[in-house]
Design a protein around this ligand. Structure first.
Ligand SMILES: *Cc1c(COP(=O)(O)O)cnc(C)c1O
Length: 367
């Protein structure tokens, strides 16, 4: 079976330096909030183009802590997309605020600035933008709305580390950027890990305390926080992988280019090339009328595919109290019925991609 992501080859390529780095951490006796974590915070912040990085336990916590740092809680509304991984809106609810959904653009699957405008009320405090699949959202328009209505902008860049937009990188455009280093992400650890970036010194100091029980000086607690720290083993692994990130992203883009070249006339939709909105292809999604049938055909031919995401968040049982209905976000609902993600990972060979393309062509030419 050709999997969605194959990390084995990457591991073989990096095994030696990773084992060495892990041994260093073992011998150092510093396992949490140590020198590797601090170096990773500095390097990720630099890479992204923000002043500060704060390592946390995972991407979901990054979003939650970003909201807490902005004093967002009960009675506040946060506008976000219904077409994303559950964690984006879960973090808003966990912070005690209300997720308010705004529909997406049909070509990029990112939140539509025109729809954001319709959802603003006196209770709106922030927008969480998701750079879905690795594609930059329409940040100029979104920042303009935020300035006009005095809203904060959190970027859920969990799928988009390295994505460029107008000379900046995802995560460094809004007030706070959030990253996940879940193993299958474009920069992945071998366990859970995450990072927050910001260029605001006050927010930085707040988040540094919030991730560690509201404490900056041991046993002195200025506020109620959480335990959400980045461990030294994951930091050591990520420091090694960060060196290769640009090469890995380049490979993803090359693979995507070839998919589009081969499939654009056969699929109902392939990702458009947009000059100002880079795509780093955490996922490569096409749209098909009979998506499920195509997925079954691929599976019979030994090829995995996946659906990100089959149920838009406004129709999730967990959010039934928000009282949304089918039909509220037609663009998201249509995408959820039609998108199909194809395998993509930096080590994918030409041969493997050929197999995927020819199986899909066989299906599309006869259906
Ligand atoms: C992966 C992901 C998250 C959550 O990250 P975790 O590290 O798994 O908690 C949040 N938002 C998006 C868009 C993601 O892809």
């Amino acid at each position: 079976m050709i999997p969605m992501v194959d990390l084995k080859e990457e591991l073989e390529f990096l095994r030696e330096p990773i084992l060495k780095a892990i041994t260093e951490v073992l011998d150092s006796g510093e396992y949490i909030l140590g020198p590797k974590g601090r170096l990773l915070e500095k390097q990720v912040a630099e890479y992204v183009g923000a002043s500060y990085g704060i390592g946390v336990a995972n991407g979901t916590d990054a979003l939650y802590l970003a909201l807490k740092a902005l004093n967002i809680g009960p009675g506040d509304e946060v506008i976000t997309t219904p077409f994303t991984f559950f964690a984006t809106a879960e973090a808003i609810a966990e912070a005690g605020a209300t997720p308010v959904f705004a529909d997406i653009e049909g070509d990029t699957y990112n939140i539509n600035p025109l729809e954001i405008r319709k959802k603003i009320t006196p209770k709106t405090k922030a927008i969480i933008v998701v750079h879905l699949y690795g594609r930059a959202a329409k940040m100029d328009e979104i920042m303009e709305i935020a300035n006009q209505f005095n809203l904060k902008v959190i970027e859920d860049a969990c799928q988009a580390i390295g994505t460029e937009y107008n000379g900046k990188r995802a995560g460094a455009i809004g007030d706070i950027g959030c990253f996940s280093f879940f193993p299958s992400k474009n920069l992945g650890a071998y366990g859970d890990a995450g990072m927050i970036v910001t260029s605001d010194t006050d927010l930085y100091e707040k988040i540094i305390a919030l991730r560690n029980h509201g404490s900056q000086v041991r046993y002195v607690h200025s506020t109620i926080g959480v335990n959400s720290r980045l461990d030294e083993f994951q930091a050591a692994i990520l420091l090694i992988k960060l060196k290769y990130l640009d090469i890995f992203l380049h490979k993803r883009k090359e693979i995507a280019k070839r998919y589009t070249m081969e499939l654009s006339t056969l699929a109902d939709k392939t990702p458009p090339v947009l000059e100002t909105r880079e795509h780093t292809f955490h996922q490569y999604c096409i749209e098909l009328e009979n998506r499920d049938q195509a997925a079954a055909y691929l599976s019979q031919n030994g090829i995995a595919s996946a659906i990100y995401y089959p149920i838009p968040l406004h129709l999730q049982e967990a959010f039934k109290d928000l009282n949304y209905q089918e039909g509220d976000f037609p663009v998201s609902e249509k995408a959820a019925k039609r998108v199909l993600a194809l395998p993509i990972y930096p080590a994918m060979t030409f041969d493997i991609q050929n197999k995927i393309i020819s199986a899909l062509k066989d299906y599309l030419n006869t259906n």
